[in-house]
Design a protein around this ligand. Structure first.
Ligand SMILES: Cc1cc2nc3c(=O)[nH]c(=O)nc-3n(C[C@H](O)[C@H](O)[C@H](O)COP(=O)(O)OP(=O)(O)OC[C@H]3O[C@@H](n4cnc5c(N)ncnc54)[C@H](O)[C@@H]3O)c2cc1C
Length: 494
């Protein structure tokens, strides 16, 4: 009998976990815009939040997740995530993955807004790299991975998703059809000028899902991480785990910046980012003082390498930092079965808005989300009947593409200015006017005579920026990662 066909757009952790759990049930094709390591999974430094310690409790992890999310979370989804975490972690360990341990006990890290040490990690700060390697080994020769291939639009027939249209680096077009299509394309922090992400993470999944008619949710909630190191070559993340081990934020005079907050340097990310942003705006430089972290190079080997590459002297112990876009809570709206509002189209990982993160994500909950919900979607898809065989005649999508008539850099800069750490409704309205003034045509890259991969990306970035802007305009109160200026906060309260 012919096996069911599954297309997963993405090769990150959520995609790999799904594929691994469906090896016996589906023929799986996985697509990646770059090589198979492209995406944010490989960059993850902190680890995976999971209740493993004797003094910790599931209720405490649930509480911390809801607090971080300003209680805008979907409580049922949060409970599902956290209660399933220990079992999913056991399965990962049984599949051969090794977390850092000392004398048979897991070494548990601490990150911002967690009441307990509960971050499992591997190779110090190399959890993402090791997870990527582990899953790619498990999947080797068992799934078809197609690299350097960009999904540009979804294919629909009679209202349901039946496949995906792709282009490769030579701009050759290829359509793939399947019983189910899963978007696992990661987040959209790459639409900003300063961010910690893989530069390809510019929200393609949201754009192509939206064009196919899928609803979006919570797009205004973008987490800005307080500590992006300012290197010669690039901005790059310095994990919160570094502050968990004792590093402190200081100004140029060596004064502690977070001294007045009850949680000090481990206050929630939005709080710390806003403090640093305000100081940076006033012209003050901010630093992470790592001199009190014992065995820094051993505990954080990947960050140590990045610091060397960017000529930041570890011995001096002061890393220049600023906040930058890091994780996107919003995405394609999905139900408990991970299905978008388009039948047969599913979304998992950072591209999905499951409601677990609410208005802000608790640190190290996203690798967990990829693992728990990747497995959960596998359980859903395993029981689905195959689609009846037939000829696919894809219909036109409801929405056409608007080209970006400005440089990608200019758009990223505008997003940084208007949609960054602190927002103002007045400025958002100004941005809306500027984007409205861009010319509208209905001829997107796919039909354009001078189509390029950059053109596909820029069109998607424009659409995602417009959607984020709309969501930010609609969210009148200052909450979680959507921070309004103090003046506007007061105006809303009156
Ligand atoms: C620097 C950094 C550190 C982090 N540290 C942690 C941490 O310690 N703990 C934690 O929980 N979270 C962490 N995160 C967040 C976490 O890494 C991500 O949320 C998670 O890995 C996302 O996994 P994913 O499967 O959704 O997508 P990703 O791993 O981002 O993969 C996206 C995939 O989609 C593919 N793709 C995208 N668009 C297209 C397209 N148009 N066509 C074809 N393919 C496409 C890409 O090629 C890629 O394969 C960190 C993030 C960053 C940036």
């Amino acid at each position: 009998m012919k096996r069911k066909q599954l297309i997963i757009i993405g090769t990150g952790l959520s995609a790999c976990q799904l594929a691994y759990n469906l090896l016996n049930d589906y023929d799986v094709i996985m697509l990646s815009k770059g090589d198979k390591q492209t995406g944010n999974t490989v960059k993850a430094q902190g680890g995976i939040a999971c209740v493993m310690g004797q003094h910790d409790h599931l209720d405490s992890h649930i509480h911390d997740t809801l607090m971080a999310g300003s209680f805008l979370n979907d409580v049922a989804q949060v409970e599902k995530l956290i209660k399933n975490a220990p079992n999913v972690m056991q399965s990962l360990i049984q599949s051969g993955f090794i977390f850092d341990q000392v004398v048979g006990q897991f070494i548990l890290g601490k990150e911002g807004a967690h009441q307990h040490r509960r971050i499992l990690h591997a190779g110090g700060d190399q959890t993402g790299k090791r997870l990527t390697c582990h899953y790619h080994q498990l999947l080797q020769d068992k799934v078809t991975i197609i690299e350097q291939t960009t999904a540009v639009d979804l294919l629909k027939q009679e209202g349901r998703c039946v496949g995906v249209r792709t282009v490769n680096h030579s701009l050759e077009r290829q359509d793939y059809f399947a019983d189910a299509v899963v978007l696992a394309t990661g987040g959209y922090a790459g639409i900003f000028q300063h961010h910690s992400n893989d530069p390809l993470m510019t929200g393609d999944g949201i754009a192509i899902g939206y064009r196919a008619g899928a609803a979006v949710k919570d797009l205004e909630f973008i987490q800005f991480h307080p500590t992006l190191a300012i290197g010669h070559q690039q901005r790059f993340l310095i994990s919160e785990a570094v502050r968990g081990e004792g590093a402190r934020l200081v100004n140029g005079r060596g004064e502690y910046i977070m001294a007045d907050h009850p949680l000090k340097d481990l206050a929630p990310r939005d709080v710390v980012s806003q403090v640093l942003y305000t100081r940076n705006q006033q012209g003050e430089a901010t630093y992470l003082d790592i001199r009190s972290v014992k065995g820094f190079q051993r505990r954080f080997p990947q960050i140590t390498d990045l610091l060397h590459e960017n000529s930041i002297d570890i011995k001096q112990g002061l890393i220049p930092v600023q906040p930058g876009a890091h994780f996107t809570m919003g995405g394609l709206a999905v139900n408990e079965q991970h299905e978008t509002t388009v039948p047969h189209l599913y979304a998992i990982g950072e591209v999905a808005a499951t409601g677990v993160h609410g208005a802000n994500r608790l640190a190290s909950n996203s690798l967990l989300e990829a693992l728990v919900f990747g497995k959960d979607l596998a359980d859903v898809l395993r029981n689905k009947p195959p689609m009846s065989p037939g000829t696919y005649v894809p219909e036109d999508l409801p929405m056409k593409v608007q080209p970006l008539d400005m440089s990608i850099e200019a758009l990223k800069q505008a997003n940084e200015t208007y949609l960054g750490v602190v927002r103002s409704q007045t400025a958002l309205k100004q941005f809306e006017k500027e984007l409205r003034a861009l010319p509208i045509t209905t001829r997107g890259a796919i039909d354009h005579p001078t189509k390029t991969l950059e053109r596909y990306t820029s069109e998607n970035m424009l659409l995602v920026s417009q959607l984020v802007l709309q969501a930010a305009l609609n969210r009148k109160e200052s909450i979680g990662a959507h921070k309004l200026t103090n003046k506007e906060k007061q105006a809303v309260r009156q």
